[in-house]
Design a protein around this ligand. Structure first.
Ligand code: HSE
Length: 311
């Protein structure tokens, strides 16, 4: 058996308070790994899936986010006959709000591109990874996939055309992400959302989104702090996460710039101006879950600027 290549795709925080479905950033860890190698059996096959912690992920390409993303990429470049095996090593929980299915899809397509010596540019892989992730929640949005693939803080101006842009990242900016060990499926967290927003909410949310972007470009932490507010989605989803407001208040009391739900939850993220504040914020957030007997995992990270990489 040849050794093949291994790819890592990082977790990501989608929405970032004021950018539902259109903002996201990558963190350094956790992340998923995919190993790909050539084989004598024609066609693409998933030969191993590990790290699923008792859950079953499908081996059929059409039903697997990494497999489907890889398959669509191979169809696009006309490599459907070649024998390729892929192993998926899940290193983060499902239904966590950390972009787990996005990371798998990104790692799947990136592994194919690396194995075949990069027939496409990294950015050109985006569409296939989004198609793969779509299997998980049925919606076509790149707010987890784009940061996991290309890194940084990403604005998706338009999801259907994948008009994605990397935003400035102020020096020192740190992300805190806490994952309470409960599961929320993205599909369920989307189904509860109202299809309507008021004009007032629209004005507030677009003001905050614009303010956040200006704040990032000017490294204006006060403006970032005023802008990291979600008046539309968080009020509807907070009820799904036990002790959400206590955790958020604890983060803000310790000096977080802002704190909201990471993706569809249950993870909660905070952005902080430096590592010391980030550590204090993380500890305060974790204490709330600990005091309420809910296990949680804490990640304090730079904004990951690399996205998916070959290991
Ligand atoms: N923007 C998405 C949501 C991210 O909040 O539903 C999770 O896929």
């Amino acid at each position: 058996m040849n050794a093949g290549i291994k790819v890592f795709a990082p977790a990501s925080v989608a929405n970032v308070a004021c950018g539902f479905d259109i903002l996201g950033f990558a963190i350094d860890r956790p992340g998923d790994e995919v190993i790909a190698r050539f084989s004598d059996t024609p066609g693409l096959r998933i030969t191993a899936i590990t790290g699923t912690k008792g859950k079953k992920l499908p081996y059929e390409l059409e039903k697997n986010t990494a497999g489907y993303a890889a398959m669509r990429f191979l169809q696009h470049i006309g490599e459907t006959k070649r024998g390729i095996e892929m192993e998926i090593h899940k290193k983060m929980p499902f239904g966590s709000g950390l972009g787990s299915s996005a990371a798998s899809a990104v790692a799947g397509v990136m592994a194919m591109n690396e194995l075949l010596r990069r027939p496409l540019e990294k950015r050109e892989l985006l569409r296939f990874a989004v198609e793969g992730e779509q299997i998980a929640d049925g919606a076509f949005h790149a707010d987890n996939v784009a940061p996991s693939l290309i890194g940084g803080i990403i604005l998706v101006r338009d999801n259907p055309t994948l008009d994605v842009h990397r935003l400035a990242v102020p020096k020192g900016l740190q992300a805190v992400v806490i994952h309470p060990k409960i599961e929320i499926l993205t599909k369920d967290a989307r189904d509860i959302l109202s299809k309507e927003t008021s004009l007032k909410q629209h004005i507030q949310q677009s003001g905050n989104l614009a303010g956040l972007i200006v704040g990032l470009y000017h490294s204006d932490f006060d403006l970032i702090a005023r802008s990291l507010q979600d008046v539309i989605i968080e009020p509807q989803r907070a009820q799904l996460i036990p002790h959400f407001f206590e955790v958020k208040n604890a983060a803000l009391e310790q000096g977080a710039l802002g704190c909201s739900i990471s993706g569809a939850g249950p993870s909660i993220f905070a952005l902080c101006a430096n590592t010391l504040i980030a550590e204090n914020v993380g500890n305060a957030m974790q204490k709330i879950f600990y005091d309420n007997k809910i296990n949680s995992e804490l990640f304090v990270s730079n904004i990951n600027q690399n996205g998916a990489i070959k290991l």
